[in-house]
Structure formats: structure tokens, C-alpha cells
Design a protein around this ligand. Structure first.
Ligand code: UD1
Length: 419
């Protein structure tokens, strides 16, 4: 089993380059199925989820290869509409293939993506939207069979789901006629997908706002693209600077994508620098509590930063309330933080965090990707040695997190443990 061994007490200091975002690159890989010619995505992170998506693309006939940090995909010979069962079951993001596969082949077969550690993650909005575009969808014993010619439609989402908005956008580009998505997700990754598709020749307007208009049927041609930088990786490192009283410059991060997080860090007493080419955070001597952090769809506070900010609030002066509205069980890290001396009380989707003077090194378990990152940050701040196990979960979203942190001066190493 892989773990991080962290020796706490050293501030994070320095500059770090931020790579492409996992959550931007995954839908771009699926979208490459719609393009004739080779797509080149520059400066992507090397993560298992991305390799799994590339395996899915290869299994249906695409040519894929890493060239250093770039990924090249040529979907010219793709012909298989059945997604490989094990990979599509294991990986939730395989659902992104649904829209492009339907648009490309007129049919698609999937395994239902499995449950997940942060709560039920239904795909009903993906399916009902594609049905509204004319797809016939049969759900049978863990499999999803889709077929039909896609036709542009007006779709109103009950909830601004990121994945559903992305899936509809990709399906709509390959559909006949125009599509409008109302109550669309407004995350920066949506704008990035639209920018990529438009660079390939699509006509998408309004991405980043609540209504997105997509002209169907425009042929997509080869393009080279630099995906959006990872605002969550940047945010995690900047919270690390805040917690350890250090100063970090996240090169490539865009302040406008991170307003809600930077606002909270500022309320906690950090000095924020929104500079040309990146974002800088300097932590104060002592962090202050905030009245409330509440996760909601963008531009509100992102659920993917909830665990990390909670970790910082554990050592702030005073009490804070954290409300998780997006996923129903995303407080797995709280019990582990308490093992390090934090004072957190959970009631449903609300956590009350009373700041303590010190956290103490302990052996703790990552319960999910962002929760594991939050425990790692707590370890940087704690007195003594912390062991964070189940690092494989952290690896899903951070390319060698320990190396990034070591570059910034942290005492952290990757180790193999017995149990
Ligand atoms: C994406 C991100 C994830 C982030 C999340 C919220 C990727 C690969 N993942 O996930 O890191 O935490 O956005 O910002 O980009 N829902 C339904 N029905 C659906 C779809 C979603 O009820 O068909 C619900 C979910 O249960 C959840 C909420 O909508 O409560 C948010 O989900 P969604 O925005 O779709 O998140 P993902 O796209 O899965």
C-alpha cells in the first residue's frame, strides 16, 4: 500500500507551474471522437484516470499516444460502439463517451458507471437530455444501450450538472439542427470544452453562462489545444501556503476561475496577489475563522475545494461552518482530521469546525481524492510525523503531489507500507 510520510512544520514557499486540469482534459479526450484528423492536447497531467480514458479510446479503434506531456488522438479509424466493460464500470468519466459515441456511430453500449466514495452520482440528467435529442436508451442489468439519430433540442437541466452539460454539448455538435441548454453548468471547464470544440470548427455560444447555444452538424477538423490549467490543484497548493504561513505562486492559475476560494482565503487573513500569469497567496501568522463556506455550482465555492479549506479552518482562530450542498457524503476527511486533533462536528451536510491551536501527526486514511489532499495539507501543518495512506486516491487528481510539495519545501515522501 502506498502512503505519504510527512514531517510537519515547514512552510510552503516558492513558485510552481500548474498543468492542464484533469476535469478539463477528460471531456476533451471524449470530444476527440468527433474530430476528423489528429487532436493534440498540450501539457496534460499524467494521471490514471486519463490513461484509463485513453485505453477506452484505444479499445474502440482510436490511435492514442503520449508525446512527453502532450496527448495525440486520432479517431479516424474508430469503429466500435461498445465501450470496454471493465473500464467503463470502473471509471465514472467514461460517461463522457456517451454523447460523442452516439453522435459518431448512431449507437453506443456502456456499463453503468459504479458508485463512488462521495455519494450516489446518478446519470439521469445525461440520459434524459439525450432522450430529448432523439436517442432511444434502454437500461438493462447494468448496461445502457443507446441508439438513434441525434436531433437538436431545447433542454432545460433541473440541476446545472457539469458532466451532463458537457455530454449534451458534445452530442449537440454532432446532431442535426440547433440545441439550446438552459440552466447549464457555468464551470470554467465548460468554457474550455466550448473553446476546444470551436477551435475545431464548432459553433457554440454562451458557454460559461446559463444558456448555451450549439449549432449542430458542423464538421470538426484537427486542432492543437492547450487545456485549462487545474484550478483545484492550484487551490490546494495555495491553501497549503495559507496553512503553513508560507507564500506560493501558482503559475498559470487564473484568478477569475478561483474567486470564491480566494475570497475565503482573504477573509482568513491571507494576502492575495492576482498577477499576470498566475496567483499568489501569502499565509498570515494566524488564520482567522470564517462565518460560513458553502459549496454550490460555479461561481460559488467548489465542492472540490471543500475538504482542503476545512483542513485550513481546523487551525484558524474561532469557529466556522462548512456546508456541502453538491454531494451527499463528502465529509469523510473530517473524522480523520479529528484523529489529528481537529474539532469538527458533523450534522448531515453541515460541519462546525472549531479552530484548535495545533494539529498532531497521526496515521490517517484518504477516503477520497480531495479528502486525501486535505489530510496531506493537515500533515504539513501538524506537529510531528503524519502518515496518509490510500495515496492511490490522491494520485487520481494530483500528478505526484509529493514532488510538487517537496519543490515548495515540504518534508514529504512516498513510501510503501505493509498494511
Ligand atoms: C464534476 C467534476 C467533479 C466535481 C463536480 C461538481 C469532472 C470529471 N468531475 O463532476 O470533480 O466535483 O463536477 O463540480 O469534471 N447529478 C444528478 N444527475 C445527473 C448528474 C449529476 O443528480 O445526471 C447530481 C450529482 O449527484 C451531484 C450534482 O448533480 O449531486 C453535481 O454533479 P455534476 O455537476 O454532474 O458533477 P460531475 O460532472 O459528476
Amino acid at each position: 500500500m502506498t502512503a505519504f510520510r510527512i514531517l510537519g512544520g515547514r512552510p510552503l514557499n516558492g513558485e510552481i507551474g500548474i498543468k492542464g486540469a484533469k476535469n478539463a482534459v477528460l471531456p476533451l479526450l471524449a470530444a476527440a471522437l468527433l474530430v476528423s484528423g489528429e487532436v493534440l492536447l498540450r501539457d496534460c497531467p499524467r494521471l490514471n484516470d486519463i490513461d484509463h480514458m485513453l485505453e477506452i479510446l484505444a479499445a474502440i479503434g482510436c490511435q492514442v499516444r503520449w508525446e512527453g506531456q502532450n496527448i495525440a488522438i486520432d479517431a479516424g479509424n474508430a469503429a466500435e460502439h461498445r465501450m470496454p466493460e471493465e473500464l467503463s464500470k470502473r471509471m465514472r468519466s467514461s460517461i463522457f463517451m456517451l454523447g460523442p459515441a452516439l453522435a459518431r456511430f448512431g449507437k453506443a453500449r456502456f456499463s453503468y458507471p459504479g458508485g463512488c466514495e462521495i455519494g450516489l452520482r446518478p446519470i439521469d440528467l445525461h440520459l434524459s437530455s439525450l432522450r430529448a435529442m432523439g436517442a432511444q436508451i434502454i437500461e438493462e442489468r447494468g448496461h445502457i444501450y443507446c441508439s438513434g439519430k441525434l436531433i437538436g433540442a431545447k433542454i432545460h437541466l433541473d440541476y446545472p450538472s457539469v458532466g451532463a452539460t458537457e455530454n449534451i454539448m458534445m452530442a449537440a455538435v454532432g446532431a442535426q439542427g440547433d440545441t439550446v441548454i438552459y440552466n447549464a453548468a457555468r464551470e470554467p471547464e465548460i468554457e474550455d470544452l466550448a473553446a476546444f470544440l470551436n477551435a475545431c470548427g464548432a459553433e457554440i455560444k454562451g458557454a460559461g453562462q446559463s444558456s448555451i447555444e450549439i449549432r449542430g452538424g458542423t464538421p470538426l477538423k484537427a486542432c492543437e489545444y492547450v487545456p485549462l490549467r487545474d484550478r483545484i490543484v492550484a487551490g490546494t497548493l495555495l491553501v497549503g501556503a495559507a496553512m503553513t504561513g508560507g507564500e506560493v505562486f501558482a503559475k498559470g492559475a487564473r484568478a477569475k476561475d478561483m474567486q470564491a476560494v480566494l475570497q475565503k482565503l482573504s477573509e482568513m487573513g491571507c494576502t492575495i496577489g492576482m498577477e499576470e500569469g498566475g496567483v499568489r497567496v501569502r499565509g498570515p501568522k494566524a488564520l482567522k475563522a470564517v462565518r460560513r463556506v458553502e459549496t454550490n455550482p460555479h461561481p460559488s465555492f467548489p465542492t472540490d475545494m471543500q475538504a482542503q479549506i476545512m483542513s485550513a479552518l481546523c487551525v484558524a482562530r474561532g469557529s466556522s461552518v462548512v456546508v456541502e450542498n453538491v454531494f451527499e457524503s463528502r465529509f469523510g476527511h473530517a473524522a480523520e482530521l479529528c484523529r489529528m486533533g481537529a474539532d469538527i462536528q458533523i450534522d448531515g451536510k453541515i460541519a462546525v469546525v472549531r479552530g484548535v491551536k495545533r494539529l498532531y501527526g497521526a496515521k490517517v486514511v484518504s477516503r477520497d481524492l480531495r479528502g486525501g489532499a486535505a489530510l496531506t495539507l493537515a500533515g504539513l501543518r501538524a506537529v510531528g510525523e503524519t502518515i496518509v495512506t490510500e495515496v492511490e486516491l490522491i494520485d487520481r487528481g494530483y500528478e505526484r503531489m509529493e514532488e510538487m510539495l517537496r519543490c515548495l519545501g515540504a518534508g514529504i515522501e512516498r513510501i510503501e507500507t505493509e498494511e
